[in-house]
Design a protein around this ligand. Structure first.
Ligand SMILES: *Cc1c(COP(=O)(O)O)cnc(C)c1O
Length: 519
């Protein structure tokens, strides 16, 4: 298995030039003006890189700590490294060292014990799609250079809309993630309903909404005083009557309500705003409904998820992050609009001569993606999901998402059945939050002590490299949170993490656990 331990030992077959260690030629001369490598070096380096990546993705992470508390020294050294003027002696050893740093220096969002935030359980096909796209340097925004990649992007976006059950004709584009997707959608909403100046424009969402939403509004010139983050109800959903009252009040005050942002899976607890009711309200009031499904929208791939996500198809725009619950590499987000022409209205430009010259005519349905968002030269992100869907088929994705929902139900039931623990929220869209209870005989810790202990236990787990779990605040109190979307998560491994949380809690609070509770 261990490509890492072979650092600098392999590849010494052919050492004509620069053969100080591994014997890989680097292209010769003090300054390699062509910035290319001899073919045998490219092959050897490529093989080594792929050994490292596939060893990581395919290996199930045995023995690999989920987090790396010991990486401070590496980080400190890397931060101050001087500019390398000369070529490295041994490129293979360099690649091996990078592999070591990536394994040992970072946390692993694809590790089955990474249960914090929203994990990013990558697929090997997503990585291959990245490599292929980078290998051809496709500036994919525009038909003059990227005709085929634009067509693949159009198809992938259409497939994604279909998987999510959105209306035919829905389209959009790939962006860097949920934050960029939200910004793109909200720009289209602003330009469609209140114009670029957005004078007096107001926007509405619950206080459970992701921070990228108020930040997008800030970028759009809609400052805090016109942003209504309504306190969520006891189910952590936007209060419909509070929303209606605030919109009416703002209209009376001469403001211009234009946007409601609904959550299809809050990041903290996986809760879903009442989408059908919000859609009806927005229709009546002439407001744009954007659904932030960055994390949760893929639940709509499954029978079980479609119920709670009913109404998703009535949104004007939806954000979804394929780099979360669709298992693609980081940097793969998507924004979908019911009326994609709104994107051209927000982002379209008259092409300067050098972009227009010689472009052939548009075929029916062809899109210049540089007219649909802020990026001109764009990564060909769509290829990651395209390749993954082609290789595995849509049903594999449905089953993988379903598995996350099942795993969340299983672990919630386990927590509920286990003395000393209680479920606080969920399972909702593969997120469960829970607390440890003081033993019956022990005095209750103060709320402040209990809250602090939650975060201390999370830190203990991280520092022992055991698991990545974060605390969240639910109804004013800290709770442990698990997000179990990774198909690598195993039932017993997950239960063992919960058991370890209970043990660490007991150790921290100094309370002997109830009999049988800590096994
Ligand atoms: C993760 C997340 C975002 C931000 O997405 P990035 O891809 O990190 O930019 C936005 N909204 C929700 C609900 C999220 O979970």
């Amino acid at each position: 298995m261990d490509t890492i331990s072979e650092c600098g030992r392999g590849g010494a077959q052919d050492g004509r030039r620069d053969s100080r260690r591994s014997g890989l030629p680097t292209g010769g001369g003090p300054a390699n003006t062509s910035l290319t490598l001899p073919a045998e070096s490219v092959t050897a380096l490529g093989r080594r890189v792929w050994d490292i990546v596939s060893g990581h993705l395919g290996g199930g992470h045995p023995g690999l700590p989920v987090a790396s508390p010991g990486s401070a020294a590496d980080a400190a050294r890397l931060r101050v490294e001087p500019l390398p003027e000369a070529p490295v002696d041994d490129p293979l050893a360099l690649v091996d060292e990078v592999g070591r740093l990536l394994r040992e220096g970072n946390a692993h969002p694809d590790h089955p014990d990474f249960l914090a935030f929203v994990p990013a359980p990558g697929t090997v096909t997503g990585v291959l799609g990245s490599a292929l796209a980078a290998g051809f340097a496709v500036p994919t925004g525009w038909r003059f250079t990227g005709r085929v990649s634009s067509a693949i992007e159009s198809a992938t976006v259409r497939w994604l809309a279909e998987l999510l059950g959105l209306a035919p004709g829905t389209s959009g584009l790939f962006v860097s993630g949920g934050s960029a997707a939200n910004l793109t959608a909200l720009t289209a909403a602003r330009d469609a309903l209140v114009g670029t100046e957005a004078r007096g424009a107001t926007a509405y969402f619950s206080d459970q909404t992701h921070v990228s939403v108020p930040r997008a509004l800030h970028v759009l010139g809609i400052g805090e005083e016109r942003v209504r983050a309504l306190p969520a109800d006891v189910h952590r959903r936007i209060p419909l009557d509070g929303l209606a009252r605030q919109v009416a009040q703002d209209r009376r005050d001469g403001l211009r309500p234009f946007l409601v942002v609904a959550n299809a899976g809050t990041t903290a607890t996986g809760d879903i705003d009442p989408l059908p009711e919000l859609a009806a309200f927005c229709r009546d009031e002439g407001l744009w409904l954007h659904v932030d499904g960055a994390f949760g929208a893929p639940a709509a791939l499954t029978e079980r998820g479609r119920g709670p996500l009913e109404g998703l198809d009535q949104a004007d725009s939806v954000s979804v992050d394929p780099h979360k619950w669709l298992f693609q590499p980081a940097g793969t987000g998507c924004v979908l609009l019911r009326d994609p022409a709104r994107l051209t209205r927000a982002f379209g430009i008259g092409l300067p001569g050098y972009l227009d010259a010689g472009a052939t005519g548009h075929d029916e349905g062809e899109v210049d993606y540089l007219q649909w968002g802020v990026e001109q030269t764009r990564e060909f992100r769509a290829l990651r999901l395209w390749l993954s869907l082609k290789v595995f088929g849509a049903d594999a994705f449905r089953a993988a998402v379903e598995r996350g929902l099942t795993m969340a139900e299983d672990i919630a039931a386990y927590i509920g059945s286990r003395p000393g623990l209680e479920v606080v929220t969920g399972p909702s869209l593969a997120v469960v939050t829970f607390r440890a209870l003081p033993p019956a005989a022990a005095p209750d810790p103060s709320p402040e002590d209990a809250d602090r202990t939650v975060d201390e236990v999370c830190r203990d787990l991280r520092e022992e490299g055991r698991a990545m779990v974060v605390g969240v605040t639910v109804a004013g109190r800290r709770a442990f949170r698990l997000c179990v979307i990774n198909p690598r998560v195993q039932r017993d491994g997950l239960r063992a993490v919960v058991d370890r949380v209970a043990e660490l809690w007991t150790a921290r609070t100094g309370c002997p656990d109830r009999p049988g509770a800590a096994r």
